[in-house]
Ligand binder design. Sequence first.
Ligand code: FES
Length: 156
Amino acid sequence: MLSQEALVEIDSEVAKYPEGQERAALLAALRIAQDECGWISVDLMTYIAGILSVEPAKVAEVATFYTMYDLKPIGRYKISLCTNISCALRGSATITSHLQKRLGIGFGETTEDGRFTLMEVECLAACGGAPAALIGTNYYENLTPRRIDEILETLD
Ligand code: FES
C-alpha cells in the first residue's frame, strides 16, 4: 500500500523512539502516508496500524482529530482558513465569503476542476498575522480579499 521509500521513512521515524514505543511515530507515519497517497483512507489507517503495532481505532482517533489529515480526496491546493478568535476579530468572515463566492464551494468542498479544497480550521498559530490561512504548505497572513485574489492567481 505504501512504497518502499515511504516504509523506510516511517522506519526512520520509529527509530527515534525507544523500542516498544512505535506508536510515538504515528503522526509522522500519517504524514508520510498522506504525502504519498494524497489522503488517509480507512484501509490506509489499518495498514499503518499494522506497521506500528497499534489498534486501528487508535490510528483513526488521531487521523480524525487533526485537520492536517485528509480523510477523503482533496483538490490540488488545500486552503485551510482559520476562523478562530483572532482571525474572526480581524475579518476572517469577509475572507470566508470572498473565497466561497470566488471558488463556488463551501467548507469541506472541492471545486469541480479539482484545483481547490476549502477547509475551516482552528488556530494556525499565526494570530499575530490574522486573518491567516495555510494554502498547500505555505502560510499567508494579514489576508484581504484582494490579497487572496493575488495568491490564487499565482497558483496553476
Ligand atoms: S486565531 Fe487564526 S491563527 Fe490564531
